[in-house]
Design a protein around this ligand. Structure first.
Ligand code: SF4
Length: 507
């Protein structure tokens, strides 16, 4: 098995940088559905270009390379202990190469291990099978979509849909609710892995396993096949759209598995994956460990997804350069496209928590905080960003209003939007929320002209405060300083749409 580790490294790099053909086809279908010029169409254009850029340079599609989850099937007698060790070595090497972001954080000390290894990471499930070869499947699923996973214990009552009973109709309501509650936070257009039954633990596990199915397959159980296609069609009528900007595409797939339940329990577990649905596999020769063939794809080079380069300019884009004035901010309205220039600063959960009780290491007046946990490489004395898209902003809701007030911040860039307290602070202190396209890590990396420095590196690479100079960094104003929030509007409108599907459906 001298080639096993190299084969796993190839699998990790390819999964991180190249979307499988079934996901590409689904995104392409979504692109054709959206009206050109809409915010959803702009977002999909950025996504398509990002997919091409990542593939061309073998760089991460999204900076959040997720929790590596391996499903491995081995012939009887194969040495799983050696395989585990070599999978870990391959993961550490991929991290060092900047193909994976260091994502493993000690739960008690909050220290990032720096190499993606630690208690419970990576996730590896082994199974034996009556086959000579080894099969390895890998899913890289990031935190933004992982946080939108949800589990229902039915019977229950759901907002806008009413009671969900222990029937397939009750299951239907839970799955639609799962799409609604995710809004754009999990970087829609999303895909669902669903399990009906099991216990709380096995339910979530089976739900995630469904994400290993191809988006194009058809469930062999006709009732489940019917439910899967109903969910796909109906979810796309909710008007949530790409990134929660509204539009005709919200979901690209729904895959449902079942397991027996205890008489007292009836769980519906939903694993939500984002458009950056990174899932590939390989079949390996069990003697040498060499790759015999790929799963989900063949050897044909991927076809480019973007039809044009860059976002189509309308001439109405607003150029903003830091430090930004109150007057400039007050002139912006929801829907404006902004091209940002100058020095901005990354900041996520650890930084926001820190700033509540400490001074900022740099002057932030008139400045911009970018919710981003980048993949960064050190080259000599210089740092280079290898992937730097936005992270989910709602996690900073408990802090953001106070941070805006305390430091005089004029703009927050992130994805998925923020809540009522932040919206009020934007009005009171003159700031805006700029929505960047979640997962478009390569698309945004090309707007970073220089990494000028870093503070608080002890928080780990993703959580440190990076000072970066950007040029024409595009983002959409989705919350302005006049009390308007696109996210609140879409949530309200999609709740109304959801309520139209409260009536029972028979499967
Ligand atoms: S595309 Fe969005 S949800 Fe998916 S991993 Fe990236 S940031 Fe997270």
């Amino acid at each position: 098995m001298e080639h096993f580790k190299d084969s796993i490294l190839k699998l990790v790099i390819e999964t991180s940088s190249n979307l499988p053909p079934d996901v590409r086809r689904a995104i392409e279908r979504a692109i054709t559905l959206e009206t050109p010029g809409t915010q959803a169409a702009l977002a999909l254009q950025a996504i398509a270009e990002n997919v091409d850029m990542a593939c061309d340079t073998a760089a991460p599609i999204c900076q959040d390379t997720g929790m590596p989850t391996f499903e491995i099937k081995t012939p009887v007698g194969a040495n799983q202990i050696t395989m585990k060790k070599q999978v870990k070595e391959a993961i550490a090497e991929a991290t060092k190469l900047g193909k994976l972001r260091p994502n493993s954080v000690d739960i008690l000390t909050n220290k990032n291990t720096g190499d993606n290894l630690g208690e419970g990471t990576p996730v590896m499930h082994f199974d034996q099978w009556e086959n000579e070869d080894i099969e390895v499947r890998l899913l890289l699923k990031g935190g933004g979509c992982e946080n939108k996973n949800i589990q229902y214990s039915i019977p229950c009552t759901l907002d806008n849909l009413g009671r969900a009973d222990r029937t397939l109709d009750g299951v239907r309501k839970c799955i639609l609710h799962a799409v609604y509650q995710a809004q754009g936070h999990g970087c829609s257009i999303g895909a669902l892995g669903v399990s009906i039954g099991g216990d709380r633990t096995s339910g979530y596990s089976l739900a995630k396993q469904q994400l290993f199915r191809s988006l194009d397959d058809i469930n062999p159980n006709p009732k489940l096949a019917q439910l899967e296609s109903y969910i796909l069609e109906t979810a796309n009528k909710l008007g949530i759209g790409t990134m929660g900007f509204g539009g005709k595409s919200t979901l690209i797939g729904c895959k449902i598995g079942v397991a027996n339940r205890l008489p007292a329990s009836y769980f519906v577990s939903v694993a939500y994956d984002c458009w950056a649905f990174r899932r590939l596999g390989v079949v390996l020769d069990s003697k040498s460990g060499k790759i015999k063939r790929w799963l989900y794809k063949d050897d044909t080079p991927a076809v480019k997804m973007a039809k044009t380069h860059g976002l189509p300019a309308t001439g109405r884009e607003v150029q903003l350069t830091t430090p930004i004035s109150d007057e400039q901010i007050r002139s912006l309205r929801v829907g404006d496209v902004v091209l940002l220039n100058g020095l901005i600063h990354t900041g996520r959960d650890a930084l926001h928590h820190h700033l509540m009780t400490h001074d900022a290491p740099v002057d932030l007046r008139g400045s911009v905080i970018y919710h981003c946990g980048p993949v960064v490489l050190k080259e000599g004395n210089k740092w280079r960003m290898n992937a730097a898209g936005p992270t989910t902003s709602s996690r900073e809701e408990p802090y953001q209003a106070d941070i805006i007030k305390k430091f005089g911040i004029r703009a927050v860039i992130g994805k998925g939007g923020m809540g009522a307290r932040t919206l009020a602070a934007l009005s009171e202190f003159g700031a805006v929320y700029l929505n960047a396209i979640g997962g478009a890590a390569q698309f945004y990396t090309k707007c970073i002209t220089e990494v000028e420095g870093v503070d608080l590196l002890e928080f780990g690479t993703p959580e440190a405060m990076w000072h970066i100079r950007v040029k024409e960094f595009p983002a959409i104003v989705t919350m302005d300083s006049h009390g308007n929030s696109l996210h609140a509007d879409i949530e309200k409108a999609s709740a109304k749409e959801l309520a139209k599907f409260a009536e029972s459906v028979e499967f």
